[in-house]
Design a protein around this ligand. Structure first.
Ligand code: PHE
Length: 360
C-alpha cells in the first residue's frame, strides 16, 4: 500500500512540474496508457487475495482518477498560457491600408472583337459562329473558289487529312482561311432576311511582323430582298467612324476582286504619315482596312437562295490590324507572346464592357 502511495506522489509531482502539453501527454501515456504503470498494476489485481484485491483496487481507481484530473487541469492551464504567449508576440496592424488586388485584364483582341460586335450589333446584326476546322467545300468551293482557282494558293492554307484519313482532295479538311465559310453555313441553314456578324479565329501559313499563322476576322453578311450597295456603304462608313471615334473620318471604296462578291471593293480610311508620325483621320494618305462586296449570285445559288429574289452584302475585317491601328500596337506577333508586362500595358479592365452608349 505504501508503494501505491509513493506512485501517487511521484505521478502528482511529475504532473505538477510538467513544462507543457507535450510533457503532460508523455506522463499520461506512461501512467494511464495501455502499457502504463497504473494500467499494468490493475491488470495484476486478478492474481491477488480477494481482501487485498478489493482494497488495492479502490486505491488504484482513486489514484487513476486523481492523476487524470490533475493532467486535464494542468493541460487547460498550459493551453491558455501557450495562447497568451502567442498573442503577446503576434501583432496585427488593422490600420494598414489593403494591398490592391491585381485584377485580370481583357486582351486587346477580345476588346476589339467586343467593340466591333457592339457597333454592328447596334446596326441590327447578331453574332453567328462556325467551326475552325472546315471542309474544302465550305471554305472554298461554295464561295465560288473552284479547285484550280489562284485564290486557293494565295490563302496559304493549312490542310488536314480528310475524314477518310487519306489525301483525297474533295474530302480533305482545312483550318479555315477566313470567316467567310460561316456565310455559307448560315445561308444553308436559315432563310433570309439574314443579318449576321461572325467573329472568330482564322489560319494561314504566314509569319512576320504583320502576319501570324493564327489571326482573327469578323465577317458580316446581310441578305434581304432590297439590300443594295448603298446599305453596304452606309454600314461600313458608320462602322469605321464609330470604331475609330472620328465622326468625319474619310472612307474610300476602291474596286477590287473577291470570287464570292460581285462587285467587290476594298475599303481605305484617311490617315496622315508625316515625319514618322501616323494618325488616323483627315490627311493625304489612305490605309486599307477591309474587304467587302455584294454577295455573288453564284454563292447565293450554291446555298439554295433564290438570287432573283434576294441579294445582299458581305464584308471581312481583320481584327489584329484594327487593334494595332486603334491602340498603337506596332508588332502583331506580341499579341500571342503571353507576356504579362505587355498585357498590363495594353490590356483593358474587365468591368468596362464596350457599348455604343457607354463608350468604346
Ligand atoms: N474573306 C475575305 C478575306 O479573308 C474578306 C472578305 C469577306 C471580302 C467578305 C469580301 C467579303 O480576304
Amino acid at each position: 500500500m505504501s508503494e501505491l502511495d509513493n506512485l501517487r506522489s511521484e505521478l502528482m509531482a511529475a504532473v505538477d512540474s510538467a513544462a507543457g502539453l507535450d510533457d503532460l501527454e508523455k506522463i499520461r501515456v506512461s501512467a494511464l496508457g495501455k502499457k502504463g504503470r497504473i494500467t499494468e498494476l490493475m491488470k495484476g489485481l486478478g492474481a491477488m487475495d480477494p481482501d487485498v484485491r478489493k482494497q488495492a483496487g479502490q486505491i488504484l481507481n482513486a489514484i487513476k482518477g486523481e492523476v487524470a484530473e490533475a493532467i486535464e487541469a494542468k493541460k487547460q492551464g498550459s493551453a491558455n498560457s501557450e495562447l497568451d504567449a502567442r498573442l503577446a508576440t503576434e501583432t496585427l496592424d488593422v490600420s494598414l491600408p489593403v494591398r490592391p488586388a491585381r485584377e485580370g485584364l481583357v486582351h486587346p483582341i477580345s476588346q476589339t472583337i467586343d467593340e466591333v460586335v457592339a457597333i454592328l450589333g447596334e446596326l441590327g446584326l447578331s453574332v453567328a459562329e462556325g467551326p475552325d476546322i472546315e471542309d474544302d467545300w465550305h471554305n472554298f468551293t461554295a464561295l465560288n473558289i473552284p479547285p484550280d482557282h489562284p485564290a486557293r494558293q494565295e490563302h496559304d492554307t493549312f490542310y488536314l487529312p480528310g475524314r477518310g484519313g487519306d489525301e483525297n482532295e474533295d474530302d480533305r479538311l482545312v483550318l479555315r482561311t477566313h470567316t467567310s465559310p460561316v456565310q455559307i453555313r448560315t445561308m444553308m441553314n436559315s432563310e433570309p432576311p439574314i443579318r449576321i456578324i461572325v467573329p472568330g479565329r482564322t489560319y494561314r501559313c504566314d509569319y512576320d511582323a504583320t502576319h501570324s499563322p493564327m489571326f482573327h476576322q469578323v465577317e458580316g453578311l446581310v441578305i434581304d430582298e432590297n439590300t443594295h450597295m448603298g446599305h453596304l456603304k452606309g454600314c461600313i462608313i458608320d462602322f469605321c467612324r464609330a470604331f475609330f471615334g472620328v465622326d468625319d473620318l474619310p472612307v474610300r471604296f476602291r474596286p477590287s476582286y473577291f470570287p464570292f462578291t460581285e462587285p467587290s471593293a476594298e475599303v481605305d480610311i484617311g490617315c496622315t504619315r508625316e515625319g514618322g508620325e501616323f494618325r488616323i483621320g483627315h490627311g493625304d494618305d489612305w490605309l486599307e482596312i477591309l474587304g467587302c462586296g455584294m454577295v455573288n449570285t453564284k454563292v447565293l445559288e450554291n446555298c439554295n437562295i433564290d438570287s432573283s429574289r434576294y441579294q445582299g452584302f458581305a464584308f471581312g475585317i481583320g481584327i489584329e490590324r484594327m487593334a494595332m491601328l486603334k491602340y498603337g500596337i506596332p508588332d502583331l506577333r506580341t499579341f500571342y507572346e503571353s507576356d504579362l508586362r505587355w498585357l498590363r500595358h495594353y490590356g483593358f479592365s474587365a468591368l468596362r464592357v464596350p457599348s455604343m452608349v457607354g463608350g468604346l
